[in-house]
Design a protein around this ligand. Structure first.
Ligand SMILES: *Cc1c(COP(=O)(O)O)cnc(C)c1O
Length: 371
């Protein structure tokens, strides 16, 4: 008989594009025994989790809940529910996840138009206005924090332009929620999704989603049923906030973890948490420049949660990241798409955004690059 060993993984420091390290409190609650999905104590816990989610999304939206699945399930849920076959959708693409929005909207039968920016730049509101003038759309989708490029997309003016054109705004906040302000109500963002494993600080497995009144109305006015049963938000919402009728068995461990991660955010305070992410990113940027490494994105558009830095000439990308992992237990990410082999992606997300971690990472890079 084959003998399998106890699970014994190396203790990594996670500084790639996600997942990020979890606070010990998050790991501890995951060992809490399961209870039934209609147990009043479980339902009470879910309701608190929703309150905490509204706080981090900075919204009063009643329809705010974590979809079962990773960030991509949040993306797919928003599109599946808001888009019907033949609807015009405009997608702003300046990186890998914009491309994924195009892919998913196309699969759900939308007539997708796209505007593009180079990988490393953000969109101006005027570009969106021009595109909507040429061809109106029901929905405009944009990524707030593009993890493939390290660009932070300003949303205030774009939200105005989209609403002036009578369209709904869908925002991907997968790498911003919990690390950078995501102001759903202030900007009138109609639909927004994120994930549990980046700046929020839990393992992957849940996708927080929030829908505003115009988005809810769009769902109520659908002609056709949502083609995905599993991601039908009206059915999921009925379990979370309605008569709690069974739709699917939500994960106990994952929801314990997300609630605890959100409780940590609540205790720290949003402003303090954003300031911590910002201060540690600035400390990283200074340290990289001192090592003669150049960030890929100009300062005003740099993401505090994820920095792309250009590879120095003559350095073997894969070999260096392998040494960083094997000799220092540190994970950073390589480039994606057009930036493959050209940049590294350094994440400072949630619990892993700390000054000690940056000092350690810079020390390791210095040793590997300069001996
Ligand atoms: C990580 C990421 C996703 C996808 O999330 P998964 O949890 O990997 O499914 C989507 N959008 C952005 C911007 C991301 O960084």
């Amino acid at each position: 008989m084959t003998e399998y060993q106890d699970l014994n993984l190396s203790p990594r420091w996670l500084h790639g594009p996600g997942p990020s390290d979890c606070h010990p409190r998050v790991l501890r609650v995951m060992a809490t025994p399961s209870i039934g999905y209609t147990d009043p104590e479980f339902l009470q816990m879910l309701s608190e989790e929703q309150e905490l989610l509204r706080e981090v999304f900075q919204t009063q939206n009643p329809l705010t809940l974590p979809v079962s699945g990773t960030g991509t399930s949040g993306m797919e849920a928003c599109i599946a529910n808001l888009v019907e076959p033949g609807d015009n959708v405009l997608v702003c693409v300046c990186g890998y996840f914009g491309e994924r929005l195009v892919d998913i909207a196309t699969r759900y039968g939308a007539n997708v138009a796209r505007i593009d920016q180079p990988w490393g730049a953000a969109f101006e509101a005027q570009q969106v206005a021009d595109a909507l003038k040429q061809r109106p759309a029901k929905l405009v989708a944009i990524v707030h924090a593009e993890t493939s490029t390290g660009v932070l997309q300003p949303l205030a003016e774009i939200a105005q332009v989209v609403h002036n054109a009578g369209a709904l705004l869908l925002v991907d906040a997968v790498t911003s929620l919990g690390g950078i302000a995501v102001e759903v109500d202030k900007h009138g963002i109609d639909a927004c999704y994120s994930c549990s494993q980046k700046c929020v600080g839990a393992p992957s497995g849940l996708a927080p989603v929030t829908l505003g009144p115009r988005a809810v109305e769009a769902i109520q006015q659908r002609k056709a049923r949502v083609s995905s049963f599993y991601l039908d938000l009206a059915l999921i919402d009925r379990y979370w906030r309605g008569d709690h009728v069974y739709h699917h068995t939500v994960s106990t461990a994952m929801n314990y973890a997300l609630r605890e991660a959100l409780r940590l955010i609540h205790e720290e305070g949003l402003e303090a948490r954003f300031a911590r992410h910002r201060a540690n990113a600035e400390y990283l940027w200074q340290g990289l420049e001192a090592l003669d490494l150049t960030p890929h994105v100009p300062q005003p558009y740099r993401l505090p949660s994820l920095t792309t830095v250009r590879l120095p000439d003559g350095v073997d990308d894969a070999a260096l990241r392998k040494r960083l992992l094997n000799e220092y237990n540190i994970e950073i990410g390589g480039g994606l798409g057009t930036l493959k082999g050209k940049v590294w992606r350094i994440g400072l997300m949630g619990y892993a955004s700390s000054r000690e971690r940056v000092t350690m990472l810079l020390g390791a890079l210095d040793k590997l690059l300069h001996g």
